[in-house]
Design a protein around this ligand. Structure first.
Ligand SMILES: CC(C)(COP(=O)(O)OP(=O)(O)OC[C@H]1O[C@@H](n2cnc3c(N)ncnc32)[C@H](O)[C@@H]1OP(=O)(O)O)[C@@H](O)C(=O)NCCC(=O)NCCS
Length: 157
């Protein structure tokens, strides 16, 4: 189990580094090359700084093992460092995100996952989420959104 707490601006670089490595694990070969080209290590640190207000981090031994970000009724990011996968931290983070959305008055939450990300899909399904169909996700890019084919998952809170 990890200690969960809201992210602070000082966490941004550490979140960005966990995000970059974990993003590659879940997305390389599964998303358009155009997206891979713009997802540099620096881009994750920059984006992490902007995500701090909606982010919760999981700490283990003083380091960031993973994080989750909510935005409106979306669980926007769920990323756990490779060495902490299979430990239950991801479920802890997802439950915290769901609780945050429930407390904000949302009755249903959604998230997007790329079709080939089998581990993430199995994880979401085990945690009570269901596949609600195909969704073309507008991923943020430096020159505007990049369309990424995804599956939309939903859960009643
Ligand atoms: C997605 C993620 C947060 C899930 O956390 P996790 O700690 O790996 O999740 P868990 O180990 O608790 O659950 C994963 C489940 O998938 C199963 N699994 C593992 N590899 C799998 C594979 N290749 N295909 C299908 N299922 C797989 C596991 O056995 C486990 O199921 P079980 O508990 O029924 O045995 C984590 O894997 C991660 O950060 N991945 C990289 C980033 C990413 O893809 N983020 C999500 C973006 S939408």
């Amino acid at each position: 189990m990890a200690d969960l707490r809201p992210a602070t601006p000082e966490d941004a670089d550490a979140i960005g580094d966990v995000w970059f490595a974990a993003w590659k694990d879940g997305h390389l070969g599964l998303v358009p090359e155009e997206l891979v080209r713009v997802r540099t290590p620096e881009s994750f640190r920059e984006r992490a700084a902007g995500k701090v207000p909606g982010a919760t981090v999981a700490e283990v031994d003083g380091g960031i093992a993973g994080f989750v970000v909510v935005a409106d009724d979306e669980v926007e990011q769920v990323f756990v460092a490779a060495e902490h996968r299979g430990s239950g931290i991801a479920a802890q983070l997802l439950a915290a995100a769901e609780e945050q959305l429930r407390a904000s008055g949302h009755e249903t939450a959604w998230l997007a996952v790329v079709p080939g990300n089998a581990r993430a899909r199995a994880f979401y399904e085990r945690e009570g989420w269901r596949d609600d169909g195909a969704l073309e996700y507008e991923a943020a890019g430096p020159d505007g959104p990049i369309a990424v084919p995804t599956r939309r998952y939903v859960k009643r809170l």
